[in-house]
Write a protein of this length. Structure first.
Length: 423
């Protein structure tokens, strides 16, 4: 089968690594890809949201399956486009109606409320109701959670301890802090607990498979301090997500979500990311995403023992049937090397060396490219993820730290405490 994978990050690198191992994979194209994805397929200079250009490429190269890595094309309606332009095309990812679970936090909260899915209490506000929003904040206890309704590149959530600061921030958000993404702001009650990520593959008919569970680390500083990032590392499996906890997740959240989509007439074929929080051993939904997470994918893909591609094909066809998804029993820990200054301003174009010294660890490229001299260079804030297997968290983490230490580029930074809170 000829496949087109859309995206350029560590998530897409891990997906390309996994898909390329399948006997069902013929030619794999990655658009636009990065400095590492070329090891698993052919990088193509296409923008994932340029649907006509993607259509032309697919026709010229007899592409049979499109796998959408990131959220932007999904929210923009890539499935809806291809259902009209090329009805025969198989595509993994929801239409714009299903992608609203990530594209609009207000839509997601209404969906959860409508289908009895456990989540934090909330209200939504616009510029016209800013005064009402400030009064609503007065009814809550600190810290205060403010979320931009739309996509804000992972930066649209503020957690603030001071009431006056929260009220001022609400007005700033509604005044365009995150552009159109914060034209509506969702204010939630704060939930205290420990987070994890659950990934579901569903085919639109009610069938689903739950992928290995992961936990990521969003803050730049050790001890979960400093600014939020796209993710500094991940671990899978998650010790507290035991059989009892996961039974609650499946019964109360996964089934309710999949059935709710079907009841609402949404033909959802793709990944659902459940951002969960464990509150006194009770799972609650913080957010939905409509694709795999990053860097969790870099820890989850190595833990899928079965061939993933037949599952993706069946998802796109709307027929997961009896296909099984088997997990590797080993632990996987991912550590991300980032550019100095990230998540603030940082320099690009730094030469990367030492990739050959990383032993048995898997390297998933995120922000890398190849320069005109053939050098591997940095091209983003998050540069390379190292993922390692181990019999436990300590062994896997130790290997990944060692691999990242073997890499060299000017300004390299990584967190040395990834997964240690779970030991």
């Amino acid at each position: 089968m000829t496949i087109l994978l859309l995206g350029s990050g560590g998530r897409e690198c891990a997906l390309a690594w996994k898909i390329s191992q399948s006997a069902a994979c013929g030619q794999l194209f990655i658009a636009p890809g990065n400095g590492g994805t070329g090891a698993y397929g052919t990088n193509i200079d296409l923008k994932p949201t340029d649907f006509p250009a993607i259509e032309s490429f697919c026709r010229a190269n007899n592409v049979e399956l499109i796998i959408v890595g990131n959220e932007d094309p999904l929210v923009a309606g890539i499935r809806d486009y291809f259902e009209k332009a090329m009805p025969e095309m198989l595509l993994v990812g929801p239409g714009a109606d299903g992608a609203a679970l990530e594209g609009s936090k207000d839509f997601a909260k209404q969906f959860m409320q409508r289908h009895g899915i456990p989540t934090a209490a909330y209200r939504s506000f616009t510029a016209e109701s800013a005064d009402e929003g400030c009064k609503f904040l007065e009814t809550l206890k600190a810290p205060y959670v403010l979320k931009a309704d739309g996509l804000a590149a992972g930066k649209g959530v503020l957690i603030i301890n001071d009431l006056k600061e929260a009220q001022d921030s609400l007005r700033e958000m509604l005044d365009g802090m995150f552009g159109n993404a914060s034209a509506t702001v969702v204010i939630e009650e704060f939930l205290k607990g420990i987070e994890c990520s659950v990934f579901v593959l569903t085919d639109g008919t009610g069938n689903y498979r739950i992928l290995p569970v992961a936990k990521d680390y969003k803050r730049i500083g050790e001890g979960d301090t400093g600014l939020n990032t796209g993710g500094m590392g991940a671990v899978s499996p998650v010790p507290f997500a035991d059989e009892i906890f996961m039974h609650k997740v499946e019964e109360r959240i996964v089934k309710s979500t999949v059935n709710g989509l079907k009841q609402d007439g949404i033909d959802y074929r793709g990944f659902i990311f459940l951002g969960l929080i464990n509150v006194d051993n009770e799972p609650m939904v913080i957010e939905y995403n409509v694709r795999m997470g990053d860097p969790e994918t870099e820890a989850v893909m190595p833990r899928i023992a079965s061939d993933l591609l037949p599952l993706l094909i069946a998802t796109a066809k709307g027929d997961l049937g009896n296909l099984e998804l088997q997990e590797d029993s080993r632990t996987a820990v991912t550590v991300m090397a980032v550019s100095g200054g990230y998540p603030g301003s940082y320099q690009k174009g730094k030469v990367i060396t030492g990739t050959e010294k990383c032993g048995e660890s898997l390297l998933f490229h995120a922000g890398t490219s190849i320069d005109s001299d053939g050098n591997l260079i940095t091209s983003g804030g998050r540069v390379i993820a190292a993922t390692s297997y181990g019999s436990d968290i300590t062994e896997a983490a130790t290997k990944s730290f060692k691999a990242i230490e073997s890499l060299n580029f000017d300004g390299k930074y990584f967190r040395r405490d990834i997964a240690k809170d779970l030991i």
